[in-house]
Design a binder for this molecule. Structure first.
Ligand code: AMP
Length: 308
């Protein structure tokens, strides 16, 4: 496995692979890798000839300096994880490789209007501009490829898909199921910052999604009523401060009014739990797009799903 810090070295390696007809898979991450990330690498490994993982804690997508300062960084371990998961190349650029003028922000940024505006975008101004900018740079460096993203960050996936479409980028975006702990908590690099009681309380996020699905399964067709059922599921947990719990159109991310087709609806939830902002989401039908982390470290895919 090659580990490179320079964009030129990364591009050259992947260009060489493509020149011999090989398909490149790219897995962008911010490190602190867990089974959610390795599920993406495994999927890329299964579907591509060459697998590149990027590890870059992108300062442009953090509004809160405290959040980036506390973001877990475990590079040595991450490289072992990448090797174990079958990566061929890990791209680990220093900040100035991605943003030469840093701490001055780059003059050119990418904004994906509309889909970036609500939910995470509303609560974290500038966040998705930072995401779209760094992902477009990674796509530019990696070249034509398949790029693997988690459904866990559903709005991010929607933003990236829209950007690829609007800018005609030569990238096939693949959405991969959310990997969860046995009690339903979606794996996240931020979970390590939760105290014991906060960690236990955090399960109400997936509980809210289950409550939304249950409401729909029993015939509820009002988006507002589904959202109320989701909120009710978290209301009794004092350690969880809900930001939003909503049913939305899975493509536009606009709040659902009357739900004609539950298959076209996504349930989204975000909350502050102690020091950490957590997000989660699911389809409105069964928990079909989830994967659970097995105790042996492998993942058990219940069902794969591609959105869009
Ligand atoms: P991050 O390092 O948090 O930026 O995440 C890198 C990629 O891993 C993104 O595409 C995330 O959506 C994905 N990811 C994070 N957590 C999970 C999870 N629990 N299951 C599946 N994918 C995930």
């Amino acid at each position: 496995m090659d580990v490179v810090e320079s964009a030129a070295a990364c591009r050259e390696t992947l260009d060489r692979a493509r020149a011999t007809g090989r398909v490149v898979g790219l897995v962008p991450t911010m490190g602190a890798l867990h089974h959610g990330h390795t599920s993406l690498v495994a999927r890329a490994r299964a579907e591509c000839d060459v697998v590149a993982v990027s590890i870059f804690v992108n300062p442009l997508q953090f509004g809160d300096p405290d959040d980036i300062a506390r973001y877990p960084r475990t590079l040595e371990r991450d490289l072992l994880v990448c090797a174990g998961a079958g990566a061929d190349l890990v791209f680990v650029p220093p900040v100035t490789e991605m943003y030469p003028s840093w701490p001055a922000p780059p003059a050119t940024t990418v904004a994906v209007r509309g889909v970036s505006d609500r939910w995470e975008g509303a609560s974290r101004p500038g966040h998705f501009d930072g995401v779209a900018t760094v992902v477009s740079k990674l796509f530019s460096i990696a070249g034509p490829c398949r790029a693997y993203f988690g459904l866990k960050d559903f709005q991010q996936l929607a933003v990236v898909r829209r950007m690829v479409r609007d800018l005609c980028l030569p990238v096939e975006v693949v959405g991969c199921p959310t990997v969860r702990e046995a009690d339903g908590l979606a794996l996240s690099s931020r979970n390590v910052r939760l105290s014991g009681p906060e960690r236990r309380a955090a399960t109400v996020l997936s509980g809210a999604l289950a409550a939304g699905r249950a409401a729909i399964a029993t015939g509820e067709r009002s988006g507002a009523a589904v959202a109320r059922a989701m909120r009710a599921a978290v209301a009794g947990e004092p350690l969880v401060d809900v930001d939003y719990a909503v049913a939305v159109d899975a493509v536009s991310l606009e709040e659902a009014g009357a739900i004609d087709d539950p298959g076209a609806v996504r349930l989204l939830v975000a909350a502050q739990v102690g020091p950490v902002r957590l997000i989660d989401n699911s389809g409105a039908l069964a928990a079909a797009d989830d994967t659970s982390a097995a105790p042996d470290g492998t993942t058990q895919v219940r069902q794969l799903e591609r959105i869009g």
